[in-house]
Design a protein around this ligand. Structure first.
Ligand SMILES: NC(=O)c1ccc[n+]([C@@H]2O[C@H](COP(=O)([O-])OP(=O)(O)OC[C@H]3O[C@@H](n4cnc5c(N)ncnc54)[C@H](OP(=O)(O)O)[C@@H]3O)[C@@H](O)[C@H]2O)c1
Length: 328
């Protein structure tokens, strides 16, 4: 029997459009035949915006996808199984709390929150409500990432790992009206791009069989800030004493990554450059799981903790309203 997952999208911006198109891709094209995805509703801060989003991007479905003019309304829709949060990061904590408290499963865009305390709080509410919660770091689920882990940790094709360099940088003109150059929108390279560089660090160092999921022993970081005080370039060095790995993770808004690679590992032996393997996915919500095995919420919290530490070392502060954590 085919399980149909009903989605409600919050935010009518760029990433919600891409996510909607992906939701509509036929699962059989990726080898999945027992799960279907159905967008049920879209919410924006104004009803007109939600309606325009649906009419523009999915005109054929305009009569079957509901438009809501507030986020509170969509989380109350009993036909929705999962709320996808595609708003700016400055709002993730608030919108995710709203959805979780309404008893909805939640998939929230990256960066998950502004700080780790907010992430911990959301994990607490999800547990209390017995619902699924995950940050939408799609890269972790690419067949390439899964095969990469197997090759380096199980097959050990490159032998012992000693030094890792990970980077994700995208040149963005320093436009103060763009959300990445706006402190109030939770901008900066670290939260938006750095988390991908840290994701490869997680796969290589944190998930190394000798690390036993221990935290890094040392986190040292330097940041270069823009005149409006967001970080434009950040370099994070982490030391992992159990597997004895030094990892350098960098991110920048001032230049593009040096190559197409997200991960560069100095190796002796051969280095796989491209792998395409289709891996059959699982369905957490259908199968009653509240946490994803490949990206447990604890990994997300640790990633946020490392970014907190990077910000602390570099006196990189967001407005108090963004860093706020509710008592619980
Ligand atoms: N996973 C990925 O590969 C990927 C790629 C790009 C972006 N993202 C993430 O997705 C999120 C949205 O990025 P985007 O590029 O889609 O941004 P965007 O086009 O500017 O859309 C952001 C949406 O946020 C909503 N919003 C709610 N409160 C807001 C506020 N106070 N200020 C501004 N917008 C507010 C708006 O929704 P309304 O429609 O309700 O007004 C707007 O449509 C970011 O967190 C970003 O990091 C992820």
């Amino acid at each position: 029997m085919v399980y149909t997952c009903h989605w409600g999208l919050v935010g009518a911006g760029d990433i919600s459009e891409l996510f909607l198109q992906d939701l509509l891709a036929v699962p059989a094209t990726r080898g999945v035949t027992d799960v279907a995805h159905k967008p049920v509703a879209v919410a924006a801060r104004s009803l007109d915006r939600a309606k325009t989003f649906i009419a523009t991007h999915v005109p054929d479905l305009k009569d079957s996808i509901k438009a809501y003019g507030s986020y509170a309304e969509i989380v109350a829709d009993s036909t929705i199984d999962v709320i996808y949060i595609g708003t700016t990061q400055s709002t993730h904590y608030e919108v995710a709390r709203l959805a979780l408290r309404a008893g909805k499963n939640v998939l929230c865009e990256k960066p998950f929150t502004i700080n780790s305390k907010q992430a911990e709080h959301l994990a607490f509410v999800a547990k209390e409500k017995n619902v699924f919660l995950m940050e939408a770091v799609w890269t972790r689920f690419f067949p390439l990432a899964i095969e990469f882990e197997k090759l380096i940790h199980e097959d050990m094709v490159i032998g012992p790992i000693r030094r890792v360099s990970t980077d994700f940088s995208v040149y963005c003109p320093a436009d103060p009206s763009f959300r990445l150059y706006n402190l109030e929108a939770g901008g900066g390279a670290l939260l938006d791009l750095g988390l991908y560089a840290l994701m490869w660090m997680f796969l290589t160092c944190y998930k190394h069989p000798d690390n036993h999921r221990s935290n890094p022993d040392v986190v040292k970081a330097v940041s270069l800030k823009s005149p409006r005080n967001v970080d434009e370039t950040t370099a994070i060095t982490t030391l992992w004493s159990k597997p004895k790995i030094l990892c350098m993770s960098t991110c920048s808004l001032m230049m593009d990554s040096p190559s197409e690679c997200d991960v560069i590992i100095p190796i002796h032996g051969s280095r796989p450059e491209k792998i395409i393997i289709n891996v059959r996915g699982e369905e957490d919500i259908r199968d009653g799981r509240k946490v994803n095995d490949r990206y447990p919420i604890q990994d997300c919290v640790l990633s946020m903790q490392i970014m907190d530490e990077v910000r602390r070392q570099n006196d990189f502060k967001f407005p108090d309203a963004l860093d706020f954590v509710e008592d619980y």
